[in-house]
Design a protein. Structure first.
Length: 570
């Protein structure tokens, strides 16, 4: 497909697994056929070198599990289904399936296989196509074998994740919402012009307010995927280890960023005072020409991060251009040098969330050393929230010309701005976004303009302190963007597997507070836990009953003996 200039998203499933904290090994069909590794095999494509349906039937009968994702890949017989056709877009109604218990999003997808099932195959959910047709085609199927299982997740998860997270290339104004709450056709190219979600079916409201993207579709798809893997783990009697998202067993993280539009010194002072009152550090996205030196000194002295607010707004004499982006970045670096601070700038958010094209801007960031980009979000009352489908910082993929490689910059979506300013975000909506971010274990990212503290006074300042307090009550620590980056990069170096009755952890660096999830019946071997594992407790994660182990993992390999009694955990 790449030779034809077409996108091929299937390899992004490896990134989905890594982001979820699972260790994996990638196989070519030939290499897999030669070894047939025990455990769970996820199939995202096959060649014609074997009768794969028979091969996988025998594999599952031998106590293993197979999961086909996005298509049957010719495994209809082993899966107990018959492929009817493909669907380009649609939604899933789960109809009470335990795989989606407690989840609330619309499950809007892009790409799926429509199948019918044989007798005795468990079917979960029902696919509704874009045309509105419902013909009983399941979203997930599971066929029990003599000793294992064969499952199908009919949705193309990789394509769905990439399209919702990144949106379509911005080449024109987006189509506004029919109810007037999302007038994105404002003659300004922005990231929300490329949003692929539906104004009607993918939004919800809080306390009778205007609808917005209240539910993180991508993150809830991830939860269903994790639940399915754990179900297959039970069936195949294979212990499954998972690296948790955050250190010390934290359920979610909060993040505050600022756009310094106008660079008002007195407004910056008000913002800094409130940050100190709330006892929280934040990321200051500074628009050029920036602040006087004493403001930067106070920002840095108070422990905050200085970031860039790239201005490409034509109404202010700027434009979309890599050279201008680097020029503004260099000006900010020179401000840091003038006060004797390191000149490395880690984070950027574009003024007015300006965006053009597809992933070119991420490439600009890569070359410039920006590692966290925050311009994905809504600019109107009705498209705040999870317009990118997620509150987890994610790595986007390049276009087909670069073989859809995973890019080296995290996209950290902006959920809402300046609560409780009218027509922006109410206090109730802000609390709901904190709650929904915690539900899916992500990052609750709010933007506050210092200028709003001056324009709206104590109303915004008091609400800001209250929102921080509310997040802390829910267990969220508030991190800067660079703190997020450092943890995410460290976590990416960690793999956890259960091998020969031991938990094996490989880490690329010292990892304090590393948290590992294991089956609920996992027990450390006698005398090993106290010296290595700081805490062990039963938790519910992803709607599953699991064991949570917190430990300080050193760089290199750590082996922790354990006793595993395989049962029906979760």
């Amino acid at each position: 497909m790449w030779r034809q200039g077409r996108d091929e998203y299937a390899p992004y499933l490896f990134e989905i697994l890594r982001q979820a904290g699972f260790a994996y090994r990638a196989w070519t069909p030939e290499a897999w056929l030669n070894e047939r590794p025990a455990g769970i095999t996820i199939v995202i494509g096959l060649d014609e070198s074997a009768d794969w349906s028979s091969v996988f039937q025998a594999y599952c009968d031998n106590g293993n599990a197979v999961l086909a994702v996005g298509d049957t890949h010719g495994l209809d017989g082993a899966l107990g289904v018959r492929r009817v056709r493909a669907a380009k877009e649609g939604w899933i109604g789960w109809n009470g399936s335990p795989l989606a218990d407690g989840l609330r999003s619309s499950f809007h997808f892009f790409g799926a296989a429509l199948v019918t099932t044989a007798e005795g195959v468990d079917a979960h959910g029902e696919i509704e196509t874009l045309a509105g047709a419902k013909n009983g085609h399941p979203a997930v199927t599971v066929k029990r074998c003599s000793a294992g299982a064969a499952a199908l997740f009919a949705v193309d998860l990789a394509r769905t994740f990439c399209l919702i997270q990144q949106g379509m290339p911005v080449l024109k104004d987006g189509v506004p919402s029919p109810d007037g709450t999302g007038a994105i056709d404002d003659d300004i190219y922005k990231s929300d012009d490329g949003v692929v979600l539906d104004w009607v079916r993918d939004r919800d409201s809080v306390e009778g307010g205007a609808p917005f993207y209240l539910h993180p579709i991508v993150d809830e798809f991830r939860i269903v995927f994790v639940r399915l893997l754990h179900r297959l783990r039970e069936t195949a009697s294979r212990p499954l280890a998972q690296v948790w998202f955050w250190p010390e067993g934290r359920e979610a993280i909060g993040h505050i960023s600022h756009d310094t539009d106008g660079n008002l010194v007195d407004a910056a002072g008000m913002m800094l005072d409130r940050l100190k009152e709330a006892d929280v550090r934040s990321s200051w996205c500074v628009i050029m020409p920036g602040y006087p030196e004493d403001v930067y000194r106070r920002i840095v002295a108070d422990g905050h991060e200085v970031a860039l607010h790239y201005n490409a707004l034509e109404a202010e004499g700027a434009y979309w251009d890599e050279g201008l982006f680097n020029e503004q970045l260099d000006r900010l670096k020179s401000r840091m040098a003038a006060i004797g601070e390191p000149t490395r700038i880690w984070t950027n958010k574009n003024h007015y969330l300006r965006w053009e094209g597809g992933v070119q801007f991420y490439a600009w960031c890569e070359k410039a050393g920006i590692v966290v980009e925050q311009s994905k979000g809504g600019t109107k009352q009705g498209n705040k929230g999870f317009s990118a489908g997620t509150c987890h910082p994610y790595l986007p993929v390049a276009d087909a010309a670069e073989r859809n490689r995973t890019m080296g910059v995290y996209s950290n979506p902006t959920l809402a701005w300046d609560p409780p300013v009218p027509l922006r975000c109410t206090a109730a909506e802000a609390r709901a976004l904190v709650d929904r971010s915690k539900d899916v274990y992500g990052v609750a990212h709010f933007l506050y303009h210092p200028s709003s503290f001056k324009t709206y006074g104590a109303e915004v300042g008091d609400a800001f302190v209250e929102l921080i307090r509310y997040g802390k009550e829910q267990g969220l620590p508030w991190w800067t963007a660079v703190e997020l980056y450092r943890w995410l990069e460290l976590r990416r170096t960690v793999e956890a597997t259960v091998e020969e009755d031991a938990l094996l952890i490989r880490a690329g660096g010292d990892c304090a507070g590393l948290t590992i999830l294991l089956p609920a019946d996992s027990v450390p071997a006698e005398g090993t836990a106290a010296s290595v594992v700081r805490s062990v407790r039963a938790v519910e994660r992803f709607g599953l009953r699991l064991q949570e182990w917190v430990l300080d993992a050193p760089r290199g390999e750590l082996r922790i003996p354990l006793r595993v009694t395989v049962g029906a955990a979760g």
